[in-house]
Write a protein that binds this ligand. Structure first.
Ligand SMILES: Cc1cc2nc3c(=O)[nH]c(=O)nc-3n(C[C@H](O)[C@H](O)[C@H](O)COP(=O)(O)OP(=O)(O)OC[C@H]3O[C@@H](n4cnc5c(N)ncnc54)[C@H](O)[C@@H]3O)c2cc1C
Length: 461
């Protein structure tokens, strides 16, 4: 990979305070790697920006050169959009400051932080915000898309705790946005993804979150347990959010060897409230069948994020959707499909929603699926990219069989699904409003390496 003549790495180094990484640098391969495997992309340059002045400088460079611009926070885009092939990457890894105002129950956080880093810093004050199910996800990407995790029923989406943001737009200007200042832009970045500029800082409202009852409950997966689990998850108090992964039990240390490969519900659960009430709320789930493993326990909130292996970079494909119910027929469909999956891991992930998430008006944020009841992700994890030929059709077959009335999609879990599914993420008036705001703030579609919302100017072109 050579650097295009239009970019002078020494000049860029002189121009920015942050770190400039070019193809000849020792760190280049590590810096261009993203969470999922299968994305072997070679950017012209990666700039680990130090501040908003650097960001404006790199944005100007992208405009001058016409090269694609990627923006990276935690690198967990499911389709590798935090890096670019031949383009320029703004990497926020060096922007990780957090300023907690414990008394005011709020924090300003730079967007290079991961969910776990943020959570650890706020937990020191007994406070927190819900992100997703994985600690290494960047707060940049997850927040801009919505954020569905362990507190979704208790405190809503991540964006439902977002009070304000700072964002550098395509003209290099820094905007301070909140409900009063540029409310359209503030609306758009709560679900509209990275389409509107580079978010440098978020201000979150913090919730009291000290000890929760959380961890994993592993049950045998049968039609009865899947149906029962989903019914209990819906009936549970809002303090309890769950992510039920129906899959073959992996060969992990906590799974007895004789159970490896057995169809199981591996449920990640969090009860954010009184510990005794939490134990009571878990009882109906524990009673569904003799648990294969029961790791639910009172724990400091940051421990809800399972430990991660640094070198784990599987290839993944998924189909995300919403459904109204998972009853017996759907449970049967899931089990039949899992029985035929040849992936390293085939999974039907079921997230029961509603609660606080559903109480926010549909038009209050660019995330518009407030009425959706259950999020389903049909996914396969495997070793070699070419295996998609087998696992892709398996996923589509499962998703087609589970499809119900709800046509929506959650943008942060969309893959290479195409424009129609991006429209499903932003139904009706949401799409029209997003396009107007995109046209105002990014008329040339500089921020296009994302699930793209094209500006109206793109129609004329
Ligand atoms: C293992 C795993 C588990 C996940 N679990 C959940 C979950 O439980 N709940 C959930 O809601 N989502 C989940 N996700 C999806 C995740 O929210 C999205 O992939 C998200 O975009 C990742 O953010 P990131 O900053 O880590 O990724 P990156 O790849 O760094 O960024 C993704 C995109 O976000 C935009 N972006 C990121 N930072 C900024 C910024 N500061 N300014 C402007 N644009 C920016 C860019 O368009 C970029 O292409 C998961 C993903 C993975 C890989």
């Amino acid at each position: 990979m050579t650097t295009p003549t239009s970019i002078s790495i020494p000049k860029l180094r002189a121009d920015v305070r942050g770190q400039v990484i070019g193809p000849d640098d020792a760190e280049y391969d590590q810096a261009r790697a993203v969470f999922y495997g299968g994305f072997d992309l070679y950017p012209a340059v990666i700039v680990r920006v130090a501040d908003e002045v650097d960001i404006a400088r790199v944005i100007a460079l992208a405009r001058e050169t016409g090269l694609e611009l990627a923006v990276r926070s935690g690198g967990h885009s499911v389709i590798g959009q935090g890096v670019s092939d031949g383009g320029i990457v703004i990497d926020l890894a060096r922007m990780r400051a957090i300023d907690v105002d414990a008394e005011g129950r709020a924090a300003w956080a730079q967007t290079g932080l991961t969910a776990l880093e943020f959570t650890t810093a706020t937990h020191a004050h007994g406070l927190g915000v819900g992100f997703g199910d994985t600690g290494s996800v960047g707060i940049g990407g997850i927040t801009l898309g919505g954020g569905v995790g362990y507190l979704v029923r208790k405190h809503g989406l991540t964006i439902d705790s977002l009070l304000a943001a700072e964002i550098v737009t395509a003209d290099g200007e820094l905007h301070d946005v909140d409900a009063e200042h540029e409310p359209d832009l503030f609306w758009a970045i709560r679900g509209g993804g990275g389409n509107f500029g580079v978010a440098t800082r978020f201000r979150f409202a913090l919730h009291p979150l000290d000890t929760v009852v959380g961890g994993m409950l592993m049950l045998p997966a049968t039609v009865d347990t899947i149906e029962g689990f989903m019914a209990e998850a819906e009936a549970a108090p809002e303090e309890l959010s769950s992510i039920a992964n129906v899959m073959r039990a992996p060969p992990m240390p906590f799974v007895p060897e004789e159970l490896h490969g057995k169809l199981s519900i591996m449920a990640l659960m969090t009860y954010a409230g009184d510990v005794e009430a939490g134990q009571r709320a878990m009882a109906p789930f524990r009673a569904l069948a003799e648990p294969l493993a029961d790791m639910l326990r009172p724990m400091p909130y940051p421990e809800v994020y399972p430990p991660e292996e640094e070198d784990y970079h599987p290839v993944a494909t998924a189909h995300t959707m919403f459904v109204d119910s998972i009853g017996r027929p759907e449970a049967e469909t899931i089990l039949e499909h899992l029985a035929t999956s040849t992936a390293m891991m085939g999974v039907a992930q079921l997230r029961t929603l509603r609660g606080a998430m559903a109480r926010v008006p549909v038009d209050a944020t660019a995330f518009a699926h407030r009425g959706s009841r259950i999020m389903v992700n049909c996914a396969a994890l495997y070793e070699r990219p070419e295996e998609i030929e087998v696992h892709g059709p398996w996923i589509e077959s499962l998703a087609t069989a589970l499809k119900q009335e709800d046509d929506g999609a959650y943008v942060n879990f969309l893959g290479f699904d195409g424009e129609a599914r991006i429209r499903d993420a932003y139904p009706g008036p949401t799409w029209d409003r997003l396009r107007k705001i995109k046209t105002r703030y990014d008329p040339t579609n500089l921020f296009r390496r994302n699930q793209n919302i094209p500006p109206a100017t793109a129609d004329a072109a």
